[in-house]
Design a protein around this ligand. Sequence first.
Ligand code: ADP
Ligand code: MG
Length: 719
Amino acid sequence: MMEKLRLSSPVSSLRGVGRAKEQALGKMGIFTLRDLIGHYPRAYQNKGEICSVTVAASLCRAVGSVPPAAFVLTVAGEPRVSMIRRGLTLLKFKAFDESGTLEITYFNQPFLKDVFRTGRAFRFWGKPSLAAGRLNLTSPVYEPYYDGISLPAIVPVYPLSAGISQKFISGLIGEALKVAAGELRDPVPPSLLETNGLCTLPYAVRNIHLPENPEALERARRRLAFDEIFTLSLAMHAQRSERASTGAPKMGDGDISPLKSLFKFELTGAQNRAIEEIGNDLGKCAPMCRILCGDVGSGKTAVAAAAAYITVKNGYRCALMAPTEILAKQHFSDLEPIFSSLGIKSALLCGSMTASEKKRVRESFVSENAPSLIIGTHALISDGVEIPDLGLVITDEQHRFGVNQRAALKEKSQNAHSLVMSATPIPRTLSLVIYGDLDVSRLDEMPPGRQKVGTFLVDESYRARLLGFIRKQKAEGHRTYIVCPAIEEEENKKKEEDPEEMANLFLVQDKNEGEPPLKGAVQYAETLRTHLPDLNIGFIHGKMKTAEKDRVMETFVRGDLDVLVSTTVIEVGVNVPEATLMVVENAERFGLSQLHQLRGRVGRGKAKSYCILVSDSESQRSKERLETMCRTNDGFAIAQADLQMRGPGDFFSQNGTFRQHGGVKMPFSQSLEDSSLSDAAVDSAMRIITEDPDLSKEENRNLRFIVDIVRKNAENTVN
Ligand code: ADP
Ligand code: MG
């Protein structure tokens, strides 16, 4: 009784997959043949170019270490097996090509004696090395080679886990590909493929696993990257169009002039536009789902205040939630006086308050004289907090909240309008992918009179001057931030070399190749203390407890510390006007948008501020990227440049897309190198949506199926 295999068949229906293997595969998230198809190679070995023994030998002599390569060699003589010590046998033999002879060694595989018979030829893949002046290959991968055979030139390397070998998973995937050839349908309509110059899905799937040649592999990668962005855009849009059309309170009165007269400044054009967009949304009974994107310092708090004011004026409550206590307290001290002079009561609720304080605040929410503006951390959404007549929930830096907290927030604010604020500028096309389910308001204009933060790119040779500059800040009563990419320098330690890792991963960029080692915040602070003994130097990093981080942060805010060394955990949005210097070590390791965020920590007071990017990277690309930072202070321009230079990957991870849409993996678009393909994918999605909003046309049937899967994955992790 042999059932026909389908992509939905369990892996156990394949030959060789028993209980143990089934479990091992399950741990890798592979249950069906379809999952096997989706288990993409993490790298490829290019065995198409055959290296000769003499070339390898002279390369080894010239540069010491050379990458793994393919050799076609004939066994010169019978392998010798010797026992080195208990549990360690050595198998050695000589093999030759037209140019010369080398030696091949295997450990603990004496049975290979029967494979490597004198006169037989094999294609080997391994890292050549010199031992006592002679060329050697240790434990190379081998395949029998004879006239007329065609071995694949590009061989996939799969991610593995315990109990699953490369050979085994390759075999299974080969079987699954046979099934896919008969069953796989392309969900993307042919016309779209044509306009975007894309290959079909069956072609892409075959060539991502077993590429015919490097060009075919590149086409496959482009197609799969397109699909990731295209389907996510469609899924986000579907989410949005299914949004409730009623349920939220309608707020008719959008006049904010009393509030405006209390600001110490004129609102910018962008602030006024955003407030108008929000006012329009609040005037409808469909719940607002809007994100306010604005660079650091663009004045999002004033917009939030306006939204809160409209809400309160119309008889509802507004909750403003910040990711850290420091931020919540800062919002409270900014907004409480303004609202109080408008006769509106505010309250603050934070996790660090004593139980009885919290109880008192909670109870006030349901009392006679209840506060209308409630500011706090996620303590606001913890159990037992009840906010009657909640009309609007504003979340600052939502991506910094965890998945559970976001789910709880959603639960608590079912019938309320929602405004999310983000300081990460995002290029317009990408915002459609990342925030496709939200309406976007942008603060693309800075309040007038901001000083440009002087930005400089320096290398290690400036170290002494840098120390002098830090000292100078202190002498002038200012403070310095120093950001390091790692917590401890140990993080740099190279993993032990794994033969599989040593494969020539010619298609996988090793971003860190040849880059200077990482600075760790902890040691950095210690060293700095010896150089600047008269300064107060503290550090914070992500592995410290929240309370400890907050404590150190507060000492810096108060001025008890002159220098704060940290990883990128330094609070987004924290306002320390006395901080005038931001030093970023290993600047080459950071995305431009991230550097821009970090730079936004300074330049908040009256004094001239500086950002020093320290990098010893030799890479021309790194230098160009970092020079962009020196040229401009405009977050959106930087984001656009980042997108063009690095592709969309950084944005997806930085903006928490992987966290927001936790189940949606985007490996191919992560490594896209230019933005034109992601733009095309978003454009295509928008075109489909305009023509067929609910994907009900016959030609979009398969698409609908896939989009539903993407949505389900996204929801599983968020809701
Ligand atoms: P962010 O968008 O980073 O949250 P904030 O709301 O904290 O920015 O505003 C940064 C600073 O700019 C605050 O000191 C605020 O008072 C000031 N500010 C906001 N809007 C304006 C404006 N239109 N004109 C001048 N200053 C403004
Ligand atoms: Mg802010």
